[in-house]
Design a protein around this ligand. Structure first.
Ligand code: ZN
Length: 606
């Protein structure tokens, strides 16, 4: 048993104070190591840069410490129990970090708990203390780590700080902890207690939120089959003015959500903001199976010292992205038109970028560390998202399986096969495993089709496959810079495209990014330029878009822009707008196939 203790004497300095008690250290000199990344977020984050004041002691002496690399340390050999103390600076409010101030505390174990190398399999106890200052005395604690004193499946009843248990180090760092003042909302899904922890300032319809999340959770549990793989689950939601994101864990998820995306009291409709929030919750909850348990073989176990490569993120993020919104219609939270709008937005995201012609979904997965997670202004030209393209690959596999088996099999069966195989054999998913399952279910060789989806940059067969469920995919021009696609807009569509992402700034417009070989780039404009005049006039973004709406192909604009502090003039010849914004509409054919695919009515009544 390794004993950890975390508290804070000075939250306003943003320090967590850590203590580790190692009863039987390695006699050659115990090594301690902090992860350099955390599962679910594929970027080297070097959490050790926030670690300070490291000391180690036995009952009667201080041990010498030798640093081995950026995130590991070796203690002087000794044969008695050791206490290790250190502090961690916590000022990252993202779901991937640790944060502590006068208002609340939050941490991912990966940011704060040193691993006792060689003893990672041992069970751990962690005493989570209330921070010292007066203002923290009324704080509560929320985590999916079970309390030592309670029955293991009832951490929800322990509102207090105290000793929690983890099966091993891997478990210890997979339960983020929130402390402060928050609202707890409980519900059951298929007999499993769930809680929503809402922190930050908000005003929302809490009963509605619980009711809607319950439907999503029950849908996912039944999708993979009861019983659920966890005996308790927690949605930790940090409510902010602006922000969005989530990170999956084995029995919880940490989310950042906009205040406006929570359900408003007295409003029954699911507006676009709330739909996004429900989709995010659905996404992270689906991960409880797909990536937290069914996972790439390369992640078994996670090597948190350096990058771990897999070509399979398209399946773990893409299939999850496919089912997150599909679950919303399947459990009756949104209508068909709303679902098709979301799907069309994903089609639009992929089709708008030239990156889809350069990078395959497998390559996007493999290079996530340096490309997807480190996007710059050229990203849309250079890479494709394994989330968005992965979602469309999942759609293609689903519709193809339904078509070739006359509706007898679908991607749902692929996921259940993967789940069954995980439960029966454990082990991870290797390259080619998903293709093998699809071929078995189809009872034919679909390898050329699957290879084209996953390992090629050719266009996806979306139009043909959507037609098999009576959905017509139509491209059009983007109406304006906020147009994400999904809606059938026929009026006020521009004929030309300046082909640059712009935002308002004092005195004009900032160029954020440019489409490769688009009008603005061919004229010489670059990301970072500040446009101060077009044809001699200063414009804000709405005025710029109005001007673009009136322009014709071949028109020339004289653009004055600062590059750094040097004024430049560019002659921009406007090219025709690309038809890469999509909307989807049911075409009144194949109504039965579409109904079965979306499972409308079938599950809503549950
Ligand atoms: Zn995800």
């Amino acid at each position: 048993m390794i004993r950890y203790q975390i508290g804070s004497r000075s939250p306003t300095a943003h320090y967590f104070d850590l203590l580790i008690e190692i009863a039987t250290p390695n006699l050659d000199g115990q090594v301690l190591r902090l992860p350099n990344w955390l599962p679910g977020s594929y970027l080297i984050r070097d959490f050790s840069r926030h670690l300070l004041d490291l000391q180690a002691q036995t009952h009667d002496r201080t041990l010498a410490i030798e640093q081995l690399d950026k995130s590991s340390w070796q203690l002087e050999p000794c044969d008695t129990a050791i206490s290790v103390r250190y502090r961690v600076y916590a000022k990252d409010l993202s779901v991937r970090g640790a944060h502590l101030d006068h208002s609340h505390g939050y941490f991912n174990g990966s940011c704060v708990f040193l691993e006792v190398v060689g003893q990672g399999e041992q069970p751990c106890e962690v005493l989570i203390e209330k921070p010292d200052p007066e203002f923290a005395q009324s704080w509560q604690l929320a985590t999916s780590l079970p309390r030592r004193t309670e029955a293991q499946q009832q951490p929800s009843q322990a509102d207090d700080f105290g000793v929690h248990l983890a099966q091993d180090y891997d478990d210890l760092i997979d339960h983020p902890v929130e402390m402060g003042h928050f609202t707890r909302i409980g519900f059951e899904a298929c007999g499993v207690p769930h809680e929503i922890i809402l922190s930050g300032r908000f005003d929302c319809d809490e009963a509605r939120l619980a009711q809607d999340l319950q439907r999503i959770c029950e849908h996912h549990i039944r999708f993979f089959g009861e019983p659920a793989p966890m005996d308790y689950y927690q949605f930790q939601v940090r409510v902010v003015g602006e922000g969005y994101g989530g990170l999956e864990h084995r029995a919880s998820t940490s989310l950042i959500a906009r205040r406006d995306s929570l359900p408003q009291k007295g409003v029954a409709a699911v507006d676009d903001d709330y739909r996004d929030f429900l989709g995010l919750c659905s996404h992270e909850y689906f991960h409880t199976w797909n990536v937290k348990r069914i996972k790439p073989a390369a992640y078994q176990p996670y090597d948190l010292r350096h990058e771990v490569y897999t070509e399979l993120l398209w399946a773990f993020e893409g299939i999850t992205s496919y089912y997150d919104d599909l679950a919303l219609i399947r459990c009756g939270l949104i209508e068909q038109s709303s679902y098709l709008e979301l799907l069309a937005q994903t089609v639009t995201r992929v089709q708008r970028g030239l990156g889809r012609t350069r990078q395959t979904a497998a390559e996007s997965s493999f290079n996530c560390w340096t490309k997807f997670y480190q996007q710059d202004e050229n990203a849309a030209n250079a890479i494709v998202s394994y989330y968005a393209k992965g979602c469309l690959i999942a759609l293609c596999i689903d519709l193809k399986l339904r078509a070739v088996t006359q509706g007898a099999k679908s991607l749902d069966d692929v996921m259940r096969c993967l789940w069954l195989s995980y439960r029966e054999e454990g082990g991870g998913v290797n390259d080619g495993d998903i293709e093998r399952i699809v071929n078995q279910l189809a009872d034919q060789d679909l390898n050329p089709f699957l290879h084209q989806l996953i390992h090629a940059t050719s266009e996806l067969p979306l139009v043909e496959l959507l037609a098999t469920v009576g959905v017509d995919a139509q491209p059009r021009a983007a109406a304006h810079s906020r147009d994400r696609g999904g809606k059938n807009i026929t009026e006020d569509l521009p004929k030309v495209d300046f082909a640059a992402g712009l935002k308002d700034e004092v005195g004009g417009l900032k160029v954020l990014r440019l489409a490769e070989s688009g009008s603005a780039q061919l004229a010489g404009l670059a990301a970072g330029d500040s446009i101060i005049a077009v044809d001699g006039l200063r414009l804000n973004l709405p005025q710029f878009e109005k001007k673009q709406l009136r322009a014709n192909v071949g028109d020339r604009w004289r653009v004055h822009a600062f590059r750094r502090d040097e004024l430049e003039v560019f002659e921009v010849e406007l090219q025709a707008v690309a038809q890469t914004t999509y909307f989807l509409r049911p075409d009144n054919a194949k109504n039965e196939q579409r109904r079965v695919w979306l499972q409308q009515d079938a599950r809503a009544a549950d």
